[in-house]
Design a protein around this ligand. Structure first.
Ligand code: ADP
Ligand code: ADP
Length: 233
Protein backbone atom coordinates (compact mmCIF):
# COMPACT_ATOMS: atom_id res chain seq x y z
CA UNK A 1 0.00 0.00 0.00
CA UNK A 2 1.20 3.50 -0.79
CA UNK A 3 2.28 5.83 2.00
CA UNK A 4 -0.74 8.11 1.64
CA UNK A 5 -4.05 6.73 0.44
CA UNK A 6 -7.02 9.02 0.19
CA UNK A 7 -9.96 6.76 -0.59
CA UNK A 8 -13.34 8.07 -1.78
CA UNK A 9 -13.24 11.15 0.45
CA UNK A 10 -16.22 13.50 0.69
CA UNK A 11 -16.47 16.88 2.38
CA UNK A 12 -19.56 19.07 2.20
CA UNK A 13 -20.17 22.53 3.61
CA UNK A 14 -23.68 23.57 4.54
CA UNK A 15 -24.60 27.21 4.11
CA UNK A 16 -28.25 27.82 4.91
CA UNK A 17 -30.22 25.78 2.38
CA UNK A 18 -27.32 25.13 0.08
CA UNK A 19 -24.76 22.37 0.32
CA UNK A 20 -21.36 22.83 -1.27
CA UNK A 21 -19.50 19.65 -2.15
CA UNK A 22 -15.91 20.81 -1.62
CA UNK A 23 -14.55 17.26 -2.12
CA UNK A 24 -16.83 14.88 -4.01
CA UNK A 25 -15.33 11.38 -3.86
CA UNK A 26 -11.60 12.19 -3.96
CA UNK A 27 -9.14 9.29 -4.29
CA UNK A 28 -5.38 9.35 -4.83
CA UNK A 29 -2.19 7.93 -3.39
CA UNK A 30 1.32 9.24 -2.82
CA UNK A 31 4.48 7.23 -2.14
CA UNK A 32 6.93 8.00 0.65
CA UNK A 33 9.54 10.59 -0.25
CA UNK A 34 7.63 11.91 -3.23
CA UNK A 35 6.80 15.48 -4.11
CA UNK A 36 3.12 15.51 -5.02
CA UNK A 37 1.62 18.63 -6.55
CA UNK A 38 -2.13 19.02 -6.16
CA UNK A 39 -3.08 21.28 -8.99
CA UNK A 40 -6.33 23.04 -9.72
CA UNK A 41 -8.05 26.41 -10.04
CA UNK A 42 -9.33 28.44 -7.14
CA UNK A 43 -12.34 26.77 -5.52
CA UNK A 44 -11.43 23.30 -6.85
CA UNK A 45 -11.19 21.78 -3.36
CA UNK A 46 -7.40 21.72 -2.86
CA UNK A 47 -7.26 23.40 0.56
CA UNK A 48 -10.04 21.16 1.78
CA UNK A 49 -7.94 18.10 0.92
CA UNK A 50 -4.85 19.62 2.54
CA UNK A 51 -6.71 20.52 5.73
CA UNK A 52 -8.06 16.98 5.99
CA UNK A 53 -4.62 15.42 5.37
CA UNK A 54 -3.17 17.75 8.02
CA UNK A 55 -5.75 16.76 10.62
CA UNK A 56 -7.08 20.32 10.75
CA UNK A 57 -10.47 19.31 9.42
CA UNK A 58 -12.33 16.02 9.18
CA UNK A 59 -14.02 14.49 6.15
CA UNK A 60 -17.66 13.37 5.98
CA UNK A 61 -16.88 10.04 4.32
CA UNK A 62 -13.85 8.13 3.14
CA UNK A 63 -10.54 6.86 4.40
CA UNK A 64 -7.38 8.90 4.90
CA UNK A 65 -4.74 6.23 5.35
CA UNK A 66 -1.31 7.56 6.22
CA UNK A 67 1.51 5.13 6.86
CA UNK A 68 -1.04 2.37 7.41
CA UNK A 69 -3.35 4.26 9.76
CA UNK A 70 -6.74 5.75 8.87
CA UNK A 71 -6.67 9.20 10.44
CA UNK A 72 -10.33 9.71 9.51
CA UNK A 73 -11.06 7.45 12.49
CA UNK A 74 -9.02 9.56 14.92
CA UNK A 75 -10.68 11.46 17.76
CA UNK A 76 -9.72 15.09 18.53
CA UNK A 77 -6.94 14.11 20.89
CA UNK A 78 -5.38 11.70 18.41
CA UNK A 79 -5.66 14.33 15.69
CA UNK A 80 -3.83 16.88 17.82
CA UNK A 81 -1.02 14.41 18.46
CA UNK A 82 -0.91 13.60 14.75
CA UNK A 83 -0.73 17.30 13.77
CA UNK A 84 1.99 17.98 16.26
CA UNK A 85 4.18 14.94 15.63
CA UNK A 86 3.64 13.89 12.06
CA UNK A 87 2.85 16.98 10.00
CA UNK A 88 4.82 20.06 9.04
CA UNK A 89 2.99 23.05 7.58
CA UNK A 90 4.25 25.67 5.16
CA UNK A 91 1.81 28.39 4.18
CA UNK A 92 1.84 31.21 1.66
CA UNK A 93 2.21 33.75 4.42
CA UNK A 94 4.93 32.60 6.76
CA UNK A 95 3.51 32.39 10.26
CA UNK A 96 6.66 32.99 12.25
CA UNK A 97 6.58 34.26 15.83
CA UNK A 98 7.64 37.92 15.37
CA UNK A 99 9.45 38.41 18.69
CA UNK A 100 11.60 35.29 18.31
CA UNK A 101 14.74 35.06 16.20
CA UNK A 102 15.07 32.64 13.29
CA UNK A 103 16.87 30.19 15.53
CA UNK A 104 14.32 30.54 18.32
CA UNK A 105 11.48 30.02 15.86
CA UNK A 106 13.07 26.76 14.74
CA UNK A 107 13.75 25.77 18.36
CA UNK A 108 9.97 25.74 18.88
CA UNK A 109 10.00 22.37 17.10
CA UNK A 110 11.85 20.84 20.05
CA UNK A 111 9.01 21.91 22.35
CA UNK A 112 6.63 19.89 20.19
CA UNK A 113 8.63 16.72 19.49
CA UNK A 114 11.39 15.18 21.57
CA UNK A 115 13.62 14.17 18.65
CA UNK A 116 13.69 17.49 16.76
CA UNK A 117 16.67 18.31 14.58
CA UNK A 118 19.28 20.82 15.73
CA UNK A 119 18.03 24.34 14.80
CA UNK A 120 21.40 25.54 13.55
CA UNK A 121 21.84 22.47 11.36
CA UNK A 122 18.42 22.86 9.76
CA UNK A 123 18.81 26.59 9.22
CA UNK A 124 22.17 25.88 7.61
CA UNK A 125 20.57 23.31 5.31
CA UNK A 126 18.17 25.96 3.99
CA UNK A 127 21.02 28.43 3.50
CA UNK A 128 20.41 30.62 6.55
CA UNK A 129 23.47 30.04 8.71
CA UNK A 130 24.16 33.80 8.60
CA UNK A 131 20.67 34.69 9.78
CA UNK A 132 20.28 32.72 13.03
CA UNK A 133 19.85 35.75 15.27
CA UNK A 134 17.69 37.86 13.01
CA UNK A 135 14.04 38.52 13.80
CA UNK A 136 11.42 37.82 11.09
CA UNK A 137 10.99 41.54 10.31
CA UNK A 138 14.71 41.69 9.51
CA UNK A 139 14.41 38.90 6.92
CA UNK A 140 13.21 38.99 3.32
CA UNK A 141 10.06 37.10 2.33
CA UNK A 142 12.11 34.24 0.91
CA UNK A 143 14.25 34.06 4.04
CA UNK A 144 11.14 34.01 6.23
CA UNK A 145 9.72 31.21 4.12
CA UNK A 146 12.98 29.29 4.55
CA UNK A 147 12.72 29.69 8.33
CA UNK A 148 9.16 28.36 8.13
CA UNK A 149 10.38 25.34 6.19
CA UNK A 150 13.26 24.84 8.64
CA UNK A 151 10.84 24.93 11.56
CA UNK A 152 8.55 22.44 9.82
CA UNK A 153 11.30 19.98 8.86
CA UNK A 154 12.98 20.24 12.27
CA UNK A 155 10.07 18.18 13.59
CA UNK A 156 11.06 15.42 11.13
CA UNK A 157 7.45 15.16 9.97
CA UNK A 158 6.11 12.29 7.90
CA UNK A 159 4.30 14.84 5.77
CA UNK A 160 5.17 18.35 4.78
CA UNK A 161 2.03 20.13 3.62
CA UNK A 162 2.56 23.29 1.61
CA UNK A 163 -0.21 25.70 0.59
CA UNK A 164 0.94 27.91 -2.32
CA UNK A 165 4.42 28.12 -0.75
CA UNK A 166 5.73 30.48 -3.42
CA UNK A 167 2.55 32.54 -3.75
CA UNK A 168 3.94 35.60 -2.00
CA UNK A 169 7.46 35.40 -3.45
CA UNK A 170 9.19 36.69 -6.56
CA UNK A 171 10.20 34.23 -9.26
CA UNK A 172 13.80 33.50 -8.29
CA UNK A 173 13.01 33.28 -4.59
CA UNK A 174 10.11 30.98 -5.36
CA UNK A 175 12.47 28.73 -7.27
CA UNK A 176 14.84 28.54 -4.29
CA UNK A 177 11.95 27.54 -2.03
CA UNK A 178 10.73 24.83 -4.41
CA UNK A 179 14.31 23.53 -4.69
CA UNK A 180 14.47 23.18 -0.91
CA UNK A 181 11.13 21.34 -0.89
CA UNK A 182 12.23 18.99 -3.67
CA UNK A 183 15.58 18.30 -1.97
CA UNK A 184 13.83 17.68 1.34
CA UNK A 185 11.62 15.02 -0.20
CA UNK A 186 14.30 13.31 -2.21
CA UNK A 187 17.08 13.46 0.40
CA UNK A 188 15.21 12.83 3.65
CA UNK A 189 12.23 10.70 2.64
CA UNK A 190 9.75 13.28 3.89
CA UNK A 191 6.64 13.19 1.74
CA UNK A 192 5.91 16.68 0.40
CA UNK A 193 2.50 17.82 -0.81
CA UNK A 194 2.21 21.18 -2.52
CA UNK A 195 -1.10 22.71 -3.48
CA UNK A 196 -1.00 25.31 -6.20
CA UNK A 197 -2.91 26.75 -9.14
CA UNK A 198 0.37 27.17 -11.07
CA UNK A 199 0.53 24.30 -13.58
CA UNK A 200 4.01 25.35 -14.69
CA UNK A 201 5.61 23.88 -11.57
CA UNK A 202 4.16 20.42 -12.31
CA UNK A 203 7.37 19.06 -13.96
CA UNK A 204 9.22 19.26 -10.60
CA UNK A 205 6.77 16.82 -9.02
CA UNK A 206 6.98 13.05 -8.86
CA UNK A 207 3.20 13.00 -9.02
CA UNK A 208 0.67 15.55 -10.22
CA UNK A 209 -2.91 15.26 -8.99
CA UNK A 210 -5.27 17.50 -10.93
CA UNK A 211 -8.42 18.51 -9.08
CA UNK A 212 -11.34 20.40 -10.56
CA UNK A 213 -14.91 20.85 -9.36
CA UNK A 214 -14.25 18.78 -6.22
CA UNK A 215 -13.05 15.71 -8.12
CA UNK A 216 -9.70 14.25 -9.14
CA UNK A 217 -9.60 14.58 -12.92
CA UNK A 218 -6.18 13.20 -13.72
CA UNK A 219 -3.05 11.86 -12.04
CA UNK A 220 0.33 11.94 -13.76
CA UNK A 221 3.49 10.23 -12.56
CA UNK A 222 6.82 11.74 -13.57
CA UNK A 223 9.47 9.03 -13.47
CA UNK A 224 12.11 11.70 -13.87
CA UNK A 225 10.92 14.89 -12.20
CA UNK A 226 12.86 17.92 -13.36
CA UNK A 227 15.16 19.76 -10.99
CA UNK A 228 13.43 23.04 -10.17
CA UNK A 229 16.31 24.98 -11.76
CA UNK A 230 15.42 23.44 -15.14
CA UNK A 231 11.80 24.55 -15.25
CA UNK A 232 10.42 28.00 -16.00
CA UNK A 233 7.13 29.69 -15.36
P1 ADP B 1 -9.20 25.63 -3.34
O1 ADP B 1 -8.22 25.42 -2.24
O2 ADP B 1 -8.96 24.71 -4.50
O3 ADP B 1 -9.32 27.06 -3.76
P2 ADP B 1 -11.20 25.05 -1.31
O4 ADP B 1 -10.93 23.68 -0.85
O5 ADP B 1 -10.73 26.18 -0.50
O6 ADP B 1 -10.65 25.20 -2.81
O7 ADP B 1 -12.77 25.23 -1.52
C1 ADP B 1 -13.59 24.31 -2.23
C2 ADP B 1 -15.04 24.79 -2.19
O8 ADP B 1 -15.50 24.70 -0.84
C3 ADP B 1 -15.24 26.23 -2.61
O9 ADP B 1 -16.49 26.29 -3.27
C4 ADP B 1 -15.28 26.96 -1.31
O10 ADP B 1 -16.02 28.15 -1.42
C5 ADP B 1 -15.93 25.96 -0.38
N1 ADP B 1 -15.49 26.12 1.03
C6 ADP B 1 -14.23 25.97 1.49
N2 ADP B 1 -14.20 26.14 2.82
C7 ADP B 1 -15.46 26.44 3.20
C8 ADP B 1 -16.08 26.73 4.45
N3 ADP B 1 -15.39 26.75 5.60
N4 ADP B 1 -17.42 26.99 4.46
C9 ADP B 1 -18.11 26.95 3.32
N5 ADP B 1 -17.61 26.68 2.10
C10 ADP B 1 -16.29 26.42 2.04
P1 ADP C 1 -1.22 23.47 19.81
O1 ADP C 1 -1.38 22.32 20.74
O2 ADP C 1 -0.04 24.33 20.12
O3 ADP C 1 -2.48 24.24 19.56
P2 ADP C 1 -1.67 22.26 17.23
O4 ADP C 1 -2.00 20.85 17.48
O5 ADP C 1 -2.75 23.20 16.87
O6 ADP C 1 -0.77 22.82 18.44
O7 ADP C 1 -0.60 22.33 16.07
C1 ADP C 1 0.54 21.51 16.07
C2 ADP C 1 1.41 21.92 14.95
O8 ADP C 1 0.65 22.08 13.75
C3 ADP C 1 2.09 23.25 15.18
O9 ADP C 1 3.40 23.17 14.62
C4 ADP C 1 1.27 24.23 14.42
O10 ADP C 1 2.07 25.30 13.94
C5 ADP C 1 0.72 23.40 13.28
N1 ADP C 1 -0.65 23.81 12.91
C6 ADP C 1 -1.78 23.17 13.17
N2 ADP C 1 -2.84 23.79 12.69
C7 ADP C 1 -2.39 24.89 12.12
C8 ADP C 1 -2.99 25.97 11.43
N3 ADP C 1 -4.31 26.05 11.23
N4 ADP C 1 -2.21 26.95 11.02
C9 ADP C 1 -0.89 26.88 11.20
N5 ADP C 1 -0.24 25.89 11.80
C10 ADP C 1 -0.98 24.90 12.25
Amino acid sequence: MAYINVIDEYKRYHMGDTTIAANDGISFSVEKGEVAVILGPSGAGKSTVLNILGGMDSCDEGEIVIDGTDIAKYNEKQLTTYRRNDVGFVFQFYNLVPNLTAKENVELASQIVSDALDPEDVLKSVGLSERLDNFPAQLSGGEQQRVTIARAIAKRPKLLLCDEPTGALDYETGKQILTILQDTAHNTGTTVLIITHNSAIAPMADRVIRINDAKVRNVTINDEPKPVAEIEW
